[in-house]
Design a binder for this molecule. Structure first.
Ligand code: NAD
Ligand code: WQD
Length: 339
């Protein structure tokens, strides 16, 4: 069975390609390398001992996508490609709507015309907005997003739902990720943010290697046990395995399905810093700062539906996630570096 992976050279995509290849799938990546390194394309075979197909192409380019879909004839598409920086999306809404929405429409058009109507889409817990209750189940109503990035996920979920409704030959699985962190145990692939990281874990790892003096903790006056924000951090390899399970599900012709991919547990910023200090063997300095605009206090999943219907649940704990992030960061201090 052949799987086409858009954005497969990126952080979550690369880990998913590894798990797919390990499970015996044929994998073809389409990535424009906007936020990824070509080195990933060499490291995936290094880890798995298997070849991976690669097209340096933009999903917004219909003629290229149509050519690729018709030539490769994949059985399903896992669609990761997109822009994902929350703050940047507020500055550049047009770029985000254009890349994420137009790109997905073009991809779906090329899929439909080539006869492939199976898609697994990278959505996000951000679609829940500020949840009324935690843990968050898939039935929890979607909320108002606080940034254009979040709205692209919100809208794309609706667009894919409508495409499936109009043509029941389509199978659509929307996966709502919580907070992916960690890296492959080989230390060969991991998260490589450009510039100063916005997300907590990459910032913590950069403090650990001395690129920043301390972690800025955004607020300690939330209604949480220690006052800092609580999130459902999930090991990227667990997340990647969730996609393999979603491929199993799509073979059953399920129509439209939505699953949370999280661990079901929440950890505070201070707990993350504590776990990372343990993993890297040195104290990570931090300072309490003002709250960050747009942040919510608590967000963690109810992960029971994915367990029940996909037979998937996260295996790794917070210390595993920190240990693997640290291995990646300490052996690749500048990420993938220059080509
Ligand atoms: P990433 O930036 O590492 O990967 C995205 C990949 O898509 C990159 O390799 C980039 O070069 C590629 N890409 C972007 N626009 C493209 C285009 N027009 N054509 C072809 N390729 C294009 O991000 P990631 O963290 O691996 O996230 C993957 C997906 O998961 C994204 O859709 C993201 O929104 C979603 N997601 C991520 C998180 C997270 O915290 N990392 C959480 C929830 C959802
Ligand atoms: C986690 C916690 C911060 C940085 C974002 C997106 C979301 C999803 C995942 C894609 C919060 C605190 C952070 C720092 C800190 N992405 N923090 N100091 O905000 O839960 O989610 O990434 O879909 O859409 O919004 O993740 O890692 O930025 O923050 O104290 O330097 O860490 O306040 O409580 P977030 P995050």
């Amino acid at each position: 069975m052949k799987i086409l992976v858009t954005g497969g050279a990126g952080y979550i995509g690369s880990h998913t390609c590894v798990e797919l290849l390990d499970e015996g799938y044929e994998v073809v990546i389409v990535d424009n390398l906007y936020n990824a390194s070509k080195k990933v394309i060499r490291r995936i075979p290094q880890i798995t001992g298997k070849n991976v197909g690669f097209y340096e192409a933009d999903i917004r380019d219909y003629s290229q996508m149509s050519h690729i879909m018709n030539k490769e004839q994949p059985d399903a598409v896992i669609h990761f490609a997109g822009l994902k920086a929350v703050g940047e999306s507020v500055e550049k809404p047009l770029a985000y709507y254009e890349n994420n929405i137009s790109g997905t429409l073009t991809l779906c058009k090329a899929m439909q015309e080539s006869g492939c109507k199976n898609i697994i889409f990278s959505s996000s817990a951000t679609v829940y907005g500020n949840p009324a209750v935690v843990p968050i189940t898939e039935q929890c109503p979607k909320g108002a997003c606080t940034n254009p990035y979040g709205w692209t996920k919100h809208m794309l979920e609706q667009i894919l739902t409508d495409i499936q409704k109009a043509d029941p030959d389509w199978n659509v699985i929307l996966l709502r990720y919580f907070n992916p962190i960690g890296a492959h145990k080989s230390g060969l692939i991991g998260e490589d943010p450009k510039g100063i990281p916005n997300n907590l874990l990459p910032y913590v790892t950069q403090v650990a290697i001395g690129k920043h003096p301390y972690v800025r903790v955004f607020g300690n006056d939330y209604e949480t046990p220690d006052g800092t924000g609580v999130r459902d951090y999930i090991h990227v390899v667990d997340l990647a395995k969730g996609h393999v399970k979603a491929i199993d599900k799509i073979k059953e012709h399920p129509g439209i399905k939505i699953y949370n991919l999280g661990t079901g547990k929440g950890y505070s910023v201070l707990e993350v810093i504590g776990a990372f200090s343990k993993a890297c063997g040195k104290e990570i300095p931090y300072r309490i700062m003002e709250r960050r605009a747009g942040d919510i206090a608590i967000c963690y999943s109810d992960a029971t539906l994915a367990k029940k219907e996909l037979g998937w649940e996260a295996q790794f704990d917070l210390l595993d996630m920190c240990r693997d992030s640290w291995r990646w960061q300490s052996t690749n201090p500048d990420g993938y570096g220059e080509e």
